[in-house]
Design a binder for this molecule. Structure first.
Ligand code: SF4
Length: 239
């Protein structure tokens, strides 16, 4: 199986009836601002650099973001905030991500989600999460990932489940965990508007986690890219 083959399999999945109904209904009814567009309306495969050592794991596609454009963090405010940070920290060639064919290219980064279909109220059920997590496991098996950046508590929990970690270490912004085997985990608050508009997640906070991820990979350069956001003193490798 290749990443492209897995992506096709993901995009045609219909395992969760509630999410299939929701993602397709949102795609039919649309948001007024996008009424002339054709929504993706399907599960969203991961995308990025097939040699990535860093995986960014989100919760699920946004109803009018990835469920519309077919690419994670593309075409919505969360994506604007995230891609500005990915560009500052050298993971993306572009500070904006608007459509699938906008020329965005990721370096050393793969973006994915715990659940591949947009859920009502951004809340998948435990059964839906469990249905979908095998896709993340299979994706990880095809990538040389050393660090997973978990955007939010749901993604943190999902990554711990992937590695069968008990008891589960607590999620927090900047939390770190190295399982006995498998990639290290880094926690970050999710770049949802709820967090970014209220200042719970500030640009420099997200930059710090992304730089920490980069410097934690085995072949990290000794010099970190300049970000213009405060002190990013290199920390010790994740233990
Ligand atoms: Fe399939 Fe995952 Fe979507 Fe469920 S959430 S229908 S398992 S792609």
């Amino acid at each position: 199986m290749t990443l492209a083959g897995l992506g096709k399999e993901i995009a045609s999945c219909r395992l969760c009836p509630r999410l299939v109904e929701w993602r397709e209904r949102v795609a039919r009814e649309k948001k007024a601002a996008h009424r002339d567009e054709t929504y993706w309306g399907r599960p969203v495969p991961g995308f990025g650099d097939p040699e990535a050592k860093v995986l960014l794991l989100g919760l699920a596609p946004a109803a009018h973001g990835a469920n519309r454009t077919g690419r994670y963090f593309t075409g919505d405010r969360s994506g604007d905030f995230l891609f500005a940070a990915l560009h500052r920290t050298g993971f993306s060639n572009s500070p904006v991500s608007r459509t699938k064919d906008d020329g965005v290219s990721l370096d050393n980064l793969w973006i994915s989600a715990a659940v591949r279909c947009a859920p009502p109220d951004n809340k998948p059920t435990p059964a839906e999460r469990d249905n979908c997590l095998p896709f993340a496991a299979r994706e990880l098996a095809l990538l040389p990932v050393e660090v997973i950046v978990c955007l939010g508590a749901f993604a943190w929990d999902a990554a711990l489940r992937l590695h069968h970690v008990r008891p589960k270490p607590k999620f927090g912004h900047g939390a770190e965990y190295q399982a006995p085997s498998g990639p290290a985990l880094l926690g970050s608050y999710h770049p949802s508007q709820q967090n970014t508009f209220t200042g719970v997640l500030k640009p420099e906070m997200l930059d710090a986690v992304l730089l920490r991820a980069r410097e934690s990979t085995a072949d990290a350069p000794t010099a970190l890219p300049a970000t213009g956001h405060g002190d990013h003193t290199p920390a010790t490798p994740i233990q």
